[in-house]
Design a protein around this ligand. Sequence first.
Ligand code: CAA
Length: 303
Amino acid sequence: TPRARACASAAAALPARVGVVGCGQMGTGIAIVAARHPRLEVVALDAFPASLERSKAFVAEWAAKEAKKGRMSETEVADFLELLSFGSLKDEAFLRAVVPGLDFVIEAVSEDLEVKQSCYGALEAAGLREQSILASNTSSISITKLASQVSRPERVIGMHFMNPVPVMPLVEVIRGLRTDEATLQSTLRLCRAMKKEHSTSEDRPGFIANRVLMPYINEAVFALQDGVGTAEDIDKTLKLGTNVPMGPLTLADFIGLDTCLSIMRVLHRDLGDSKYRPAPLLVNYVAPGTRWALEMAQEPVTA
Ligand code: CAA
């Protein structure tokens, strides 16, 4: 039937094996939403044993919660756990056995150009196929720059997931200067398979999400610093006044103040406009030994 043919061609177009590199909070969430698709086999890789163990434990807990809430049957949980496997990025023999079979790799390691590029080098050395797609979950590094060290920059793309990945409906998709159309289309198919909406952004500092979100958060910190209101009043105003789930200071803590600061620094450096300067209070909060924004605002730290 036409429907069966359509299903078959959609299935053929989906990657069969997806690698997720980096099993932190983001990578674990990405692995979960990928393996929720009944035809995607997912291998999650990380260099650190403790990170792999935390990730496995989170996945098991997440699946148990879904089952308890009646959103997954026992068979679905068993299939899901079967589809999702873990391995060490440091195990070269394992990488050589697994990486050539990956059709699509999503990298979610730390936000550091060198770490990301050495990760791509390791994947290529382990036999990543030329036609396989390499997507980065970067929130602030240029996709074009990331692609520049890879043998097929046409196959490199940005897939910026939002935290918490299993809950947030959006993936921001970013084409680098050399990303080809086939790579974009495969990426959009994978987004749909993961049941995510997407938006597309040009490869500019902060893309769309952080170009808008981070100055908003930074401005909330400026408002706190200038004494416009207490942390509670700033958050309450935005939370109840604009119907967002968290006020900007709570959201800043949720994202991580170090991450917020580092993205502001990228916007400031790469767009060269003083309107992106990080709030000095944000810089202080990230200084070693200080604590989180809301706690800081309530209870000054003396040390
Ligand atoms: N992984 C999986 N599921 C999670 C989760 C996680 N890390 N954290 C929360 N959840 C789930 C909970 O299990 C719960 O699911 P059920 O309803 O099925 O039980 C659901 O999310 C809601 O959680 P809670 O009831 O505990 O709490 P809540 O209703 O206050 O929601 C929240 C929590 C989803 C985080 C919500 O506060 C929210 O949407 N906050 C804004 C998040 C946001 O803006 N994220 C984007 C940040 S920017 C970014 O990510 C990009 C960047 O580059 C910085």
